[in-house]
Design a protein around this ligand. Structure first.
Ligand code: M6R
Length: 616
């Protein structure tokens, strides 16, 4: 959580920092701040609220300076107010910091600093850290680089930080443990950029270094970037990568919201996910990371999937896929529970970690735990080079492109696509799927992008339904089999962006409790596609109807039975049961989107949330 941007070079820092903060606002948006210096004057602006509020605060004031640091915050320690906003400045006024993460032992450190007469303006752990750095520098009479390194060896927790000394405006020190940080390098080392991801600087440079955990970088105008290990100060050769990201990918491209753009990107995103992997003409699925570890997958006693939120829902779909198509037992775990409940992990277990951002702290910790107990860990991530992508033994990227809306959409469908490819491949190799069945699945998968495209045409129908139910205080989502996780995902989407209470249930569970909620004011979204338990779901719909519930049914194109019973039907094209989640999830994404827009909610940045959850 929290986004960091920094600039040091020959341009004015402010426009780069402020635009960069806007691109990183998905990481947190309850307060923001910026500090600028031209070597003489130092200007610090901070405010509760969004980056747009910060812009207003700055508007009439000086924006001079070629060195700037900015921060957009998701509060952990201390409420979102001006004082708790970053950047934070040390007691002497010399040292400045922006920080993403949590310093867990900040209380102990704070007490020690108070005993040495330090005072604090904010409630944050970050202000403690910058004063610790100041104290270490004073005590050791050392340069800033050394002081940061020594101070960090005393800090417990997670951080990505950028620090500078106002009296030395030609240098920034950057460090990372558990929170991402990228450094962009301009031509001839004449300028440098620092950011939580590369989006703030892609129009300026394609050369970037992603720091690894426990690394510290020293950035100085005109000099090559230097990287050191925090623990022992040893030098590390910086790995300068070429960025593949482009500006178009991180802009709204004519859509009102990133979420809507990302919903509409799904046909191409799914295509990109299986491009080069699903070779429909040859009837094969090629996935290097699976092929290279095929014995581990085929001999696995079970697969354990760890993930959070929407990625956990993709994991639940994968449970059906692996068990149904490859007959491998699967357990799907909330990463946050798995990591703390002393799970039984055996050597032959394959652990699959799913994460869009690749930075989710709980998932990362679950991976570390599984690895420490000898499991082989495979990652399914979207963000290239992310912590989870690096921490796992190997993995497959979803290639969905940047997902900026806080509500996951294309991440979900592309995660399912990757997991379906693996399940199909294993199913065939294990002899559970005959070659002809395998080829039929491959052919059908190659049609999914066009079927998603076709599904998107129901947008107007969904918008009309949204207008009818936008003020409902509650909503139930029901599905069975492969579409039970889709029901959970539909409910999560509605909750998180429109703040309507929603619950997802396996349709048959309704009679064990939730049915008591149904009356004429309760909208019930039911996924009732032709394949898979259709008759049973029809019976469940009848049960709702008898209790006067309002039924919004997602059905297979041409359905007549449910159409006669339901209040509203939304048609999706026919496909094999295993792939139905890739289609049925689309109307649910659109429904939550339109309801949120009609309720004037901030669709892309829902309250209290952040896109990447780097705290536990
Ligand atoms: O980046 P991750 O996939 O690891 O994130 C996990 C959850 O925080 C995430 O899926 C969250 O539930 C979604 N934003 C919901 O739309």
């Amino acid at each position: 959580m929290c986004g960091i941007v920094g600039y040091l070079g020959f341009r004015k820092a402010y426009p780069i920092v402020i635009n960069g903060l806007q691109r990183l606002e998905y990481r947190g948006y309850d307060s923001a701040g910026v500090i600028l210096t031209d070597g003489n004057q130092v200007n610090l602006y901070k405010t509760k609220g969004k980056v747009s509020d910060l812009k207003e605060v700055v508007s009439e004031n000086s924006i001079e300076g070629n060195l700037g640091l900015g921060h957009t915050r998701w509060a952990t320690h201390g409420i979102p107010n001006d004082e708790n906003s970053h950047p934070h400045v040390s007691n002497s006024g010399k040292l400045v910091i922006v920080h993403n993460g949590i310093i867990e032992n900040y209380n102990t450190l704070k007490k020690e600093l108070i005993a040495r007469d330090y005072t604090f303006k904010s409630d944050t752990d970050t202000e403690v850290l910058i004063n610790l750095i100041e104290e270490v520098q004073k005590r050791n009479n050392c340069n800033l680089e050394k002081a940061v390194q020594l101070a960090l060896t005393n800090a417990v927790g997670a951080y990505a930080i950028a620090v500078f000394d106002v009296s030395k405006p030609e240098e920034i020190i950057v460090a990372r443990l558990g929170s991402p940080i990228a450094i962009g390098i301009g031509a001839n080392n004449e300028e440098f950029f620092v950011a939580s991801d590369a989006s703030p600087f892609i129009e300026y440079t394609k050369d970037a270094v992603y720091l690894d955990d426990e690394e510290l970088a020293i950035i100085k105008i005109g000099e090559d970037i230097r990287v050191r290990k925090i623990q022992d100060n040893s030098e590390v050769e910086p790995n300068i990568q070429e960025l593949k990201l482009n500006l178009e990918q991180i802009e709204k491209g004519g859509y009102d919201h990133f979420m809507l753009k990302e919903i509409h990107e799904q046909p191409n995103a799914i295509l990109d996910t299986y491009r080069g992997r699903l070779l429909a003409n040859q009837g094969i699925i090629k996935m290097g990371s699976v092929d290279n570890n095929i014995a581990k997958f085929l001999n696995a006693n079970r697969i354990i999937i760890v993930a959070c939120g929407t990625s956990w829902h993709a994991g639940l779909v994968a449970e059906y896929l692996f068990e149904d198509l490859a007959r491998i037992p699967v357990e799907v775990e909330y990463a946050s529970e798995f990591r703390y409940r002393n799970p039984v992990i055996n050597k032959g277990d394959v652990v699959i970690a799913i994460s869009q951002s690749g930075e989710t702290a709980d998932t990362l910790a679950a991976i570390k735990l599984a690895k420490s107990q000898g499991a082989f860990v495979f990652g399914v991530c979207n963000v290239v080079g992310s912590s989870i992508a690096r921490e796992t033994d190997t993995g497959a990227y979803t290639h969905a492109g940047p997902e900026i809306g806080v509500a996951s959409t294309k991440a979900f469908t592309t995660q399912i696509t990757v997991l379906a490819l693996i399940a199909l491949k294993l199913g065939n190799l294990k002899g559970e799927l005959s070659n002809s069945q395998y080829h039929a699945y491959i052919q059908e998968m190659s049609l999914i992008p066009s079927k998603v495209e076709e599904t998107l045409k129901i947008n107007d129908i969904v918008e009309n339904i949204a207008a009818i139910y936008k003020d409902a205080p509650n909503c139930l989502y029901l599905g069975r089999g492969y579409n039970f996780p889709v029901a959970l995902e539909g409910a999560l989407k509605l909750k998180e962006i429109s703040y309507i209470h929603a619950e997802g249930y396996p349709a048959a569970e309704m009679k064990h409790g939730p049915i008591a909620l149904i009356d004429e004011s309760m909208p019930v979204v039911v996924i009732a596609t032709k394949k898979g338990h259709y008759d049973k779901v029809v019976s469940n719909i009848q049960e709702i109807k008898s209790r006067k519930g309002k039924i919004i049914a997602v059905v297979t194109k041409g359905d007549t039975i449910v159409k006669d019973i339901a209040d509203h039907t939304i048609e999706v094209p026919e496909t094999v049961e295993a792939f139905t989640p890739l289609l049925t999830t689309i109307p649910l994404q659109l429904l939550s989107y339109h309801i949120a827009v009609m309720r004037n909610c901030n669709v892309d940045q829902p309250r209290n949330l952040a896109k990447s959850v780097t705290v536990e």
